[in-house]
Design a protein around this ligand. Structure first.
Ligand SMILES: [Zn+2]
Ligand SMILES: [Zn+2]
Ligand SMILES: [Zn+2]
Length: 143
């Protein structure tokens, strides 16, 4: 029984992007990551995001809350690579770029743009625990 099916999108087998060998989950000093089973011939390692290896990390974009890198997900949004560490930040995708996020100056959570009786305003995403709001000034909170 050595027939190995090619990995599919739903398969738990993740192939090395360089040599196509299966990746194996490893745990290092900096937390979990994935290493190529072709090691030491192939030294490819990938970041672990939510239990899966990812090559989709973009160095340019950082989580506005914990400053870890943001990862583009299928379905037009970005999520924080600190997801498995408890950071649940997701940002909408705007033409391949994570939408700019603004933080509540009181509690540090993200602000959400809302449409109220008197027009747009920014409210804390921790509402009702935090009831901080800011008025809208050219599509950003007026701190
Ligand atoms: Zn490899
Ligand atoms: Zn984060
Ligand atoms: Zn707040």
């Amino acid at each position: 029984m050595s027939k190995s099916a090619p990995p599919t999108e739903n398969s738990p087998i993740h192939a090395c992007p360089s040599c196509k060998s299966p990746l194996r989950p490893l745990v290092g000093k900096m937390g979990p990551f994935w290493g190529c089973s072709g090691f030491p011939n192939c030294k490819t390692t990938l970041n672990d995001v939510d239990g899966k290896p990812t090559t989709e990390i973009n160095e340019e974009y950082r989580c506005p809350i914990c400053t870890r890198r943001l990862v583009k997900a299928d379905g037009n949004y970005w999520f924080c690579s600190g997801y498995s560490k408890g950071c649940k930040i997701t940002l909408e995708d705007e033409e391949g770029v994570p939408k700019t996020a603004f933080r509540c100056q009181e509690c540090g959570s993200l602000l959400v743009k809302r449409n109220g009786k008197n027009g747009y305003f920014w409210g804390c995403s921790e509402y009702p625990q935090c009831s901080t709001t800011y008025s809208d000034l050219e599509d950003r909170p007026n701190y």
